[in-house]
Design a protein around this ligand. Structure first.
Ligand code: PAF
Length: 287
């Protein structure tokens, strides 16, 4: 695996590879890698000939400074995992390499429409602008044929899908399924921050999503099912930012869809933290 810290060197290497016929698959990450990330690498390897992974904890997408400071960093282990998975290139830039203009310089504004005002958009102001800003910069450097991201961050996937035409990127977005622990908890770098009891209790998120899926499949009423699932989560010591069912349409999402729009793909989505815990977890499940 080649490791680049300078964007110009990476650009030059990838341009040469492309001239020789390589197709580039790109997996952007913030490190603290787990099996979920490795499954993105494996999918990229299966669909493109040269796999690039980036590790960069992007300061502009953290609306909560404490979350940024506590974001887990396990770089030595990450590098070993990426080598074992057969990654071709790792891009590991410093903050000054990605933001030579400085972090407080005026930033571009991306029009993500309603995606920015609901769910994660409503609860993490500025977060998706920061994601857009860094993904734009990374795509300018890597110029991949395909971009691989995890469905675990569903709304982020929708935001980036919308970003691509806004920045004239020809990259194809490939959304890959969420990987789960044996008990059902979605794999996430933030799980590393849970204490043993919190980790055990965290399965309640998966159980709530599964309950909604089963209830809807049996033809139950959406408001009743949602109310019961919210109660269930509260009794498992969770405080919710949201637990809802959404329908995904081309340019955004519809909250708590009526039966009339269920021809659109539907997902149960949740963001919550356990009482007293600083760790905010998100998950979703297609219905
Ligand atoms: O999902 C992530 O890890 C980050 O939001 C991303 C896409 C790498 C941008 O910093």
């Amino acid at each position: 695996m080649y490791l680049f810290k300078q964007k110009d060197e990476l650009r030059h290497y990838l341009n040469t590879a492309k001239q020789q016929g390589a197709t580039i698959g790109f997996v952007p990450t913030m490190g603290a890698l787990h099996e979920g990330h490795l499954s993105l690498i494996r999918t990229a390897k299966a669909q493109t000939s040269l796999t690039v992974c980036s590790i960069f904890v992007n300061p502009t997408q953290f609306n909560d400074p404490a979350d940024f400071e506590k974001y887990p960093i396990t770089i030595e282990k990450d590098i070993q995992m990426l080598i074992a998975a057969g990654t071709d290139v790792l891009f590991l830039p410093a903050v000054a390499e990605m933001y030579p203009e400085g972090l407080s310089a005026p930033a571009p504004h991306y029009d993500f429409g309603a995606l920015e005002t609901v769910l994660e958009g409503a609860h993490r102001p500025g977060h998706f602008q920061g994601v857009g800003r860094i993904v734009h910069k990374l795509l300018d450097i890597v110029q991949p044929h395909k971009l691989f991201m995890g469905q675990k961050d569903l709304q982020q996937c929708l935001v980036v899908t919308r970003l691509l035409p806004l920045i004239d990127s020809p990259a194809e977005m490939v959304i890959c399924p969420t990987l789960r622990e044996p008990d059902g908890l979605a794999m996430s770098s933030r799980n590393m921050r849970l204490g043993p009891d919190e980790r055990k209790n965290a399965v309640a998120l998966y159980q709530a999503l599964s309950y909604i899926k089963t209830g809807l499949a049996k033809g139950g009423s959406l408001p009743d099912i949602l109310a019961a699932a919210r109660l269930q989560l509260q009794s498992s010591k969770f405080e919710m930012d949201y637990l809802d069912v959404i329908a995904v349409k081309d340019d955004g999402i519809i909250l708590s869809p009526e039966q009339a729009v269920t021809d659109l793909p539907m997902y149960a989505v949740v963001a919550a933290r356990m009482k007293g815990s600083p760790v905010r977890l998100i998950d979703n499940m297609q219905m």
